[in-house]
Write a protein that binds this ligand. Structure first.
Ligand code: ZN
Length: 283
């Protein structure tokens, strides 16, 4: 199943268009896309009984983030071997966890303002959204706690990241619009193997990242086990699972996103994000 956020309303996406959940359910489920994760099992039991009659064609530009206001939004650093190497850092044995503050979460398409004087970098990532909450979850059970997967970009401003006495991952990755997600949420049962999906991105048509999620050092189920061993994962929380090699920081010469650049990011079996970058005030 695919669900989406159309003009801020929860929809089920079918081959023929979008089915408005509040209207189709006669008000049993509300329109707020974030609220559905609190009743995930009840919602999916109802949703599978729905025919696609009543689904309407839509303009994809109206899509917003599938989980627009998570209570917690996690990022995982250095989770692909080749990216750790290009960053000049050791392969971690434990996940390197930061937060993308929820105010940075954005939809799949649109403009992103480049912070003035910054070095803004791209990081295509698989994003997992939590369905039923998770606490002390075993790795073997972890996929049953995932509502679905979407494409994400962990946009990162590298000057802010390295300013200060210790790296500032959470700050550098939380400028407005720095957490595009979408274009919709695909439930794990839709994939032959949700642990092995191709992902990548291109700038102005030039492919800069390409890998498979089977190369994750700490897999999605392991991440959920390790995170939920420390704190509760709540319904609708999002996890940016890490980026493979090919970011601007690891290039020689280094490369940063510039005004006018178009970044297209994809994950196999899900879809594409498309961001256009514009100069911010003062740049
Ligand atoms: Zn990242």
């Amino acid at each position: 199943m695919r669900i989406g956020n159309l003009d801020g309303r929860l929809v089920i996406l079918t081959g023929s268009g979008a089915l408005d959940v509040q209207r189709a359910s006669g008000g049993r489920f509300g329109a707020d896309p974030q609220a559905v994760y609190d009743r995930w099992d009840e919602f999916t039991s109802w949703a599978v009984t729905q025919a696609s009659d009543g689904a309407e064609p839509f303009d994809p530009a109206r899509l917003g983030p599938p989980a627009p206001a998570p209570r917690q939004s996690f990022g995982i650093g250095l989770n692909y071997r080749d990216h750790a190497a290009e960053s000049g850092l050791a392969v971690p044995e434990q996940p390197s966890v930061f937060t993308k503050f929820p105010s940075c979460i954005a939809g799949p398409y649109g403009e992103v303002v480049l912070p003035a004087g910054g070095h803004t970098d791209w990081e295509v990532e698989l994003v997992a959204v939590i369905g039923p909450g998770a606490r002390h979850v075993a790795e073997a059970d972890a996929w049953s706690h995932v509502a679905g997967l979407c494409v994400g970009q962990d946009l990162s401003e590298r000057i802010t990241q390295l300013a200060g006495a210790a790296p500032q991952f959470s700050m550098s990755k939380s400028f407005p619009g720095f957490g595009p997600t979408g274009p919709w949420l695909v439930t794990p049962d839709e994939f032959d193997d949700p642990d092995d999906l191709e992902l990548g991105c291109a700038i102005n048509g030039d492919q800069v990242q390409k890998a498979r999620t089977s190369q994750l050092i700490i897999s999605v189920p392991e991440l959920i086990a390790k995170l939920s061993a420390v704190l509760p994962l709540w319904p609708g929380d999002v996890i940016f699972t890490g980026t493979p090699a090919g970011v601007g920081l690891g290039r020689d010469p280094q490369r940063w996103l510039a005004p006018g650049d178009e970044l297209v990011s994809y994950v196999e079996g899900i879809g594409e994000l498309k961001q256009r970058f514009v100069a911010g005030p003062g740049s």
